[in-house]
Design a protein around this ligand. Structure first.
Ligand code: PLP
Length: 412
């Protein structure tokens, strides 16, 4: 008898039968509030009628036309449409299927374009599980464990983590930037450094927003040394943080932007965006993939962008994110084991710590499982698995936020 590999062992006992908006239904038709959204993917909710219609129409017309062999209309339309939301100057796009592949593509582009080899990533960062992306990743030891040697040329700088270090944000930013400067004088000199890759909100590392002054400091150093700044917006993009892109909160722009997850409401699609001069350094054939820019995924992405605009999902993420964080902070006030509640928009984490301030993964796991019993699906993250995160579809309503907070309060 064949079985799923142990790696596919389910975190919750839920066997999903169907999805509708913010809800998932299991095979016994039990309803769950899905605050995991397929790890931040089903941004428009499960099976949004406009996304379903666009995908169904496309399936009957053209499923696949490999883009280095034949181009197709949906990808051209999507490229034009993304131009309406991308930062000025990032007007050349390249498509693949997943976040990891897009990260790989961004590193290839940065190395090609600069002729430099090294990449600076941040401790606690997550960029994926393929070998190149895993080499940039330190959150989740399991991602790197036992698969070395890793891709060389990666240097890690600290990410500001004020809560965990028991200090102020200002002091953490000063420390992190000073250590980055030190790194640039020792481990990786600027003339060897192709890029700095950063998540606008540290995702798998525990939902820690990058302070605006920190991102501005990275931009400043990148400009000074001719290093490319890559924003990994795989999790933070397409409205998730209450701005269309997470980096907008800092008022800076990247040289390369990576988008995936929420872009196509569950269809596999990712992209990197960069300026014309930079992107022209990646010649045809140097990047690509058989399924990249799939026509059905592109149609779903077009519908997703329409829904995000027409239903003001960016505004809704900001508004409901505020309501959710306020609710979660009230729960935390009654449960000191939740030491910190933080995040941006609808990307919120509850960090569990013991009274001595140590990570408390056991209590986090209990609360996570109890929430599922209450009908609320959540995820954990953080270097010790002690952060319970909430990442609902961007269509979530105030009533559903209140329902989730009530479930959470019973679960903790
Ligand atoms: N980058 C970030 C910031 C992510 O959060 C993830 C996945 O969670 C990835 C990259 C990898 O994306 P994927 O799992 O689609 O390969």
């Amino acid at each position: 008898m064949t079985e799923l590999s142990p790696a596919l062992k389910q975190a919750t006992p839920v066997l999903a039968a169907r999805g509708e908006g913010v809800y998932l239904f299991d095979e016994d038709d039990r309803r769950y509030l899905d605050f995991t959204a397929g790890i931040g993917v089903t941004s428009t909710g499960h099976c949004h009628p406009r996304v379903v219609e666009a995908a169904q129409n496309q399936v009957g017309t053209l499923i696949h036309g490999q883009y280095t062999t034949v181009m197709h209309r949906r990808l051209l339309e999507l490229t034009e449409r993304l131009g309406e939301v991308l930062p000025t100057g990032l007007d050349r796009l390249f498509y693949v299927n997943s976040g990891s592949e897009a990260v790989e593509a961004s590193v290839r582009l940065a190395r090609h374009a600069t002729g430099r080899q090294n990449i600076i990533a941040f401790s606690g960062g997550f960029h994926g599980r393929t070998m190149g992306a895993a080499a940039l990743t330190t959150s989740g030891v399991k991602v790197r464990a036992g698969i070395g040697p890793m891709m060389p040329g990666v240097a890690f700088a600290p990410f500001p983590e004020a809560y965990r270090h028991g200090t102020t944000e200002a002091a953490e930013v000063d420390r992190a930037l000073a250590e980055l400067d030190q790194l640039l004088m020792t481990t990786t000199s600027p003339k060897d450094t192709a890029a700095i890759i950063v998540e606008p909100v540290l995702g798998e590392g525990g939902y820690i927003p990058a302070p605006p002054r920190f991102l501005a400091g990275l931009r400043e150093r990148a400009d000074k040394h001719g290093i490319l700044l890559i924003a990994d917006e795989v999790q933070t993009g397409v409205g998730r943080t209450g701005a269309f892109w997470g980096h907008e909160h800092a008022g800076i722009g990247p040289d390369i932007l990576i988008t995936a997850k929420g872009l196509a409401s569950g269809f596999p699609l990712s992209a990197i965006a960069a300026g014309e001069e930079l992107m022209s350094k990646a010649w045809p054939g140097s990047q690509g993939g058989t399924y990249g820019g799939n026509a059905v995924a592109a149609a779903a992405a077009l519908a997703t962008l329409d829904v995000v605009r027409d239903e003001d999902l960016v505004g809704n993420a900001a508004e409901q994110g505020q309501r959710l964080i306020e609710g979660l902070r009230k729960v935390a006030a009654e449960h000191p084991v939740i030491g910190d509640v933080r995040g941006l928009g609808l990307m919120l984490g509850n960090e569990f710590t013991t009274s001595e301030g140590a990570p408390d993964a056991a209590t986090a796991a209990r609360a996570h499982a109890a929430a599922a019993e209450e009908g609320l699906l959540l995820l954990t993250c953080g270097p010790h698995g002690n952060v319970v995160r909430m990442i609902p579809p961007l269509i979530v309503t105030a009533a559903q936020v209140d329902e989730a907070v009530a479930c959470w309060s019973r679960a903790v």
